[in-house]
Ligand binder design. Structure first.
Ligand SMILES: Cc1cc2nc3c(=O)[nH]c(=O)nc-3n(C[C@H](O)[C@H](O)[C@H](O)COP(=O)(O)OP(=O)(O)OC[C@H]3O[C@@H](n4cnc5c(N)ncnc54)[C@H](O)[C@@H]3O)c2cc1C
Length: 540
């Protein structure tokens, strides 16, 4: 490969990288390569929907990041390291967010670009192939499959009823008119298999010979000459090489994109100088503005055998696996979550919910895999618009070192207030008839945690990642000193270098971040074609 030149190099084959590669392959005749640090997505547990919890439990196909101590403890902060990136290991929940999230993006760029809800809503619809909703909110012929659960287990049915008894409306479609309500989960699953971004977008272009996919290649820095990107340095095993290109797209995700930029000499001057990295462009926003949704689990044991506690362990797991292999259905064919609520604990009528709550029909110690034999339910409760801001910084000058990650969970009083209100609301939900009939006892936080002070301590102690880091290369107006990319996602001060991934979100979306990342990548790809590859009008 050494000495090879491409028209376009895309670093990272995750949610964004796959979309960009596919769009450019379809709309240009340029040579394109995708460089991915991880391996091919061959592991069958990637493609069996319920397999992700087993991958994560064994640290398979992930970057084994931990955070710096947050509220006194380091927390696991795994990210996908495999073709498909996060979309090959995630929980597949398909959520678009709220209109006001994109109003904030538009405000961040002002008159310099179009990131309006109208534009992003159309983009979501273009990408979507929904098997259930065929109306003005949804697409039916895009590359990305979206399905509803094929059935809802009794424990989740009871959760849905209990939320309604609590006063929250049933909402068939949280990606439709309003997000507020209790709903079945929409998932990126296609006929019983994970619909990763690699499956939906990248593999078809690789198979067609339009895109070169180079795996186990870790990009250590972007080569920059005269403030223009001209290629990348790549590590492959113990060897290093340079690959040259006319256009470089960083789609390495919210942890690695800022890290690669900093090693390339683009970032906060003080930090780069600390590690002896020559400063090419002093951009203080690189690595700052880290946002993530903090999960606060609230859990209770239930009577008898309900939910998926036994289906996901031991003999039950073997039976689920066998059923999946024979019929393609059963517990292994879904993400194991099935239902969700969006609400404001202080005002159930509010159409701008502040809390997302997945109803997981298991009791878990690691947040993913069932622990023990007693059945139960865990409400994975999330502050949708956290105000805490953290950072990603270099640990040292070595580009192969893990970066320092500080998500600063519950670092803002607003996040704590919403977290406490959510815990209290969930206790009221659990006291409603449909759940009270089956609940034996609260497990977490537990009966001893009652006062606001105790709940506050609990929230700070347990809040951890929903695996939604964003914001570390935020887009913004040119005059905003903390913006890293402009409204076309070009890195400020460096030509032919763009960042297109979750890191460019100036503000986190109120929901899971895969669908928004894919939508932003499509919108940005259209701008790339306009900027670099539009054909000149034919001479008159
Ligand atoms: C466990 C988990 C569960 C999640 N659940 C959901 C969910 O249910 N719904 C949802 O919407 N979102 C979910 N997410 C979040 C979602 O997957 C991410 O927001 C999304 O994948 C981000 O896309 P990205 O393109 O920014 O980065 P990624 O998808 O992380 O892709 C980045 C890619 O770049 C590669 N890379 C990084 N550095 C380099 C380098 N230096 N050189 C070469 N390659 C590199 C990585 O290996 C990776 O493949 C989850 C994420 C995780 C990890």
């Amino acid at each position: 490969m050494s000495g090879k030149h491409y028209d376009v190099l895309i670093v990272g084959s995750g949610a964004a990288g796959c979309v960009v590669a596919d769009y450019l392959a379809q709309h240009t005749d340029k040579s394109i390569a995708v460089l991915e640090a991880g391996p091919l997505d061959r592991n069958p547990m990637i493609h069996i929907p319920a397999g992700y919890s087993k991958l994560l439990a064994k640290d398979t196909a992930v970057w084994p990041y931990d955070t710096v101590p947050v509220n006194g403890q380091r927390r696991r902060f795994r990210m996908g390291k495999v073709v498909g990136g996060g979309t090959s290991v995630n929980a597949m929940c398909y959520v678009r967010g709220q209109k006001q999230d994109f109003d904030a993006w538009q405000e961040a760029v002002g008159e310099t670009g179009d990131w309006s809800w109208d534009t992003m809503r159309k983009t979501y619809i273009e990408q979507e192939r929904n098997d259930t909703f065929h109306n003005e909110h949804h697409g039916i012929d895009g590359p990305l499959s979206v399905e509803l659960p094929k059935g809802i287990n009794e424990l989740n049915q009871r959760c849905m009823k209990a939320f309604q008894e609590f006063g929250l409306d049933y909402n068939a479609d949280y990606n439709g008119t309003t997000q507020t309500g209790v709903s079945p989960v929409q998932m990126n699953i296609d006929n019983g298999k994970r619909a990763s971004a690699a499956v939906a977008y990248l593999h078809p272009q690789v198979d067609a010979g339009r895109v070169d996919l180079l795996t186990s290649r870790t990009v250590t820095k972007v080569l920059i000459e005269d403030h223009k990107a001209v290629g990348v340095c790549v590590r492959h095993g113990s060897s290093e090489e340079e690959i040259r290109a006319d256009l470089v797209i960083l789609s390495a995700g919210a942890v690695q994109s800022p890290k690669v930029l900093m090693h390339s000499g683009v970032g906060p001057r003080e930090q780069l100088e600390t590690f002896g990295i020559p400063v090419i462009e002093d951009l203080p926003g690189v690595g700052e503005n880290l946002q993530d949704h903090p999960i606060i689990p609230i859990a209770a044991f239930v009577k008898g055998k309900m939910g998926y506690q036994s289906a996901a362990q031991g003999v039950g797991m073997l039976a689920s696996g066998a059923r999946y292999l024979v019929t393609g259905d059963g517990p292994a064919s879904g993400n194991g979550i099935e239902t969700v609520s969006y609400f404001d604990p202080d005002d159930l009528e509010n159409q701008e919910p502040t809390v997302q709550c997945y109803h997981e029909p298991i009791i878990s110690e690691d947040g993913l895999n069932p622990s023990g034999s007693r059945s139960g339910v865990t409400f994975a409760t999330v502050v949708l618009q956290p105000r805490s801001r953290g950072w990603v910084r270099l640990a040292d000058a070595d580009p192969t070192s893990m970066p320092l990650i500080n998500p600063n969970f519950i670092g803002d009083p607003y996040d704590l207030k919403v977290g406490i209100a959510a815990v209290k609301a969930l206790r009221k939900v659990m006291a409603q008839r449909s759940l009270a009939e089956v609940i034996e006892e609260e497990f977490v936080p537990g009966a001893a945690v009652q006062s606001d002070e105790d709940i506050s301590g609990f929230v700070k102690q347990v809040a951890t990642t929903m695996w939604h880091p964003v914001g570390t290369c935020a887009m913004g107006k040119p005059e905003d000193p903390m913006s890293v990319v402009d409204a076309r996602l070009k890195v400020k001060g460096i030509d032919n270098l763009h960042v297109i991934d979750a890191s460019i979100m100036p503000q986190i979306i109120s929901g899971n971040t895969n669908a928004p990342t894919q939508a932003l990548a499509r919108h940005a790809s259209k701008m790339l074609v306009e900027t670099y590859f539009a054909k000149a009008p034919a001479a008159a």
